[in-house]
Unconditional design. Structure first.
Length: 98
């Protein structure tokens, strides 16, 4: 898989909360289908076990994120995730402060 340069979080983010932990059986279909965060919204993808593939749908670049790694998900980027068989993930959502 090609390497993708991940954006850094801006300094002005406020946490909105965390999702429950998800695995292959409990991940919402919306996360594995094409979706995007709204304007000024960010998320942090935390892989707790196994591996998750983050697919940036702008150019079909896939990045493997393994247990113990986190990645920023910027606003308005169409994407989806694919969970490996033993994957567990959690998301934290943020909003840019005005």
């Amino acid at each position: 898989m090609p390497l993708m340069e991940w954006p850094a979080f801006p300094d002005n983010l406020q946490s909105l909360g965390r999702s429950p932990e998800f695995d292959c059986d409990t991940v919402p279909a919306a996360l594995t289908a094409r979706h995007a965060l709204g304007e000024h919204a960010w998320a942090r993808l935390d892989v707790l076990a196994g591996e998750v593939v983050f697919v940036d749908l702008r150019d079909e670049v896939s990045v493997r994120v393994v247990a113990g790694e986190s990645r920023a998900v910027p606003p308005l980027v169409p994407h989806r995730v694919e969970l490996g068989a033993a994957a567990r993930l959690q998301l934290e959502f943020f909003r840019e402060a005005e």
